[in-house]
Design a protein. Structure first.
Length: 250
């Protein structure tokens, strides 16, 4: 094997160990929390967000597993399990929100603006890391609920807003209640400067593509998505999977 090939294999091995370690640490943390506070209740939304946070990394881990006796875990099987886990997580996160109603809850719009401001405050005041991500996940879950209490949200204004919190509110609503306005959503996601928001924007796009049908996605939207180059591995994985769905690839 060439020096470059050996270096690439070492890098892949390092990533596999990193992912495996991160999953193990998360599982250990949940176990410790349960031992320290056995009465602590973990609701479906928390479980859903944990699953959604982990699944983009599982491909890196499971494609490398070879069981004793030469039995190898094939990626297609693992991908199906990941998709099933995501489906259950989606149901837990969106379920219970009651869907989009025909009438507004008078307090819902104010709740959305308050949560949007809280999201930006957390980003600005907390150091990047798991604690901040957990706080933002909680805000996202509440935005999913709050935006479903608005009959006709100002999605165009939110997606085009310079306020990153309102853009996240739009992604939360479109994740829970998909819309066929793919052009506007794709433009917002491609230009989205906030990593957490872009992740949920891509997930909302995936829902929208399912709504209209992959074969009905306009070429202009596809080109915009193909030109998007997310820095994060989780966002890149989601976007690549979305493009494969649009192109009809396995």
């Amino acid at each position: 094997m060439s020096e470059r090939g050996e270096r690439g294999e070492r890098n892949r091995a390092w990533r596999r160990h990193l992912v495996a370690g991160a999953v193990s640490v998360l599982a250990l943390g949940v176990a410790v929390a349960h031992l320290v506070k056995p009465d602590l209740k973990i609701d479906n939304v928390t479980v859903a967000l944990l699953v959604i946070a982990i699944v983009p990394w599982l491909r890196t881990l499971f494609t490398s597993i070879e069981l004793p006796g030469g039995l190898r875990v094939e990626f297609r099987d693992v991908e199906q399990r990941i998709e099933a886990a995501e489906a259950m997580a989606d149901a837990a996160l969106v379920g219970g929100g009651g869907g989009a109603g025909d009438t507004d809850d008078p307090a819902a719009r104010e709740d959305v603006r308050r949560l949007a401001a809280e999201y930006l405050s957390v980003r600005d005041t907390m150091r990047s890391g798991s604690a901040r991500t957990q706080r933002m996940n909680g805000i996202l879950a509440r935005l999913v609920r709050a935006t479903q209490r608005i009959a006709d949200p100002e999605l165009t204004a939110w997606l085009r807003s310079s306020d990153g919190g309102l853009r996240l509110a739009a992604y939360a609503r479109l994740y829970a209640v998909p819309d066929d306005a793919l052009d506007l959503l794709a433009d917002a996601v491609v230009d989205e400067p906030l990593a957490f928001s872009q992740y949920w924007g891509i997930r909302a796009l995936d829902k929208a593509v399912d709504l209209v049908g992959p074969e009905n996605v306009r070429s202009s939207v596809v080109r915009r998505l193909e030109d998007c180059r997310p820095n994060g591995a989780d966002r890149a994985h989601l976007l690549n999977r979305l493009l494969a769905k649009i192109h009809g690839l396995p």
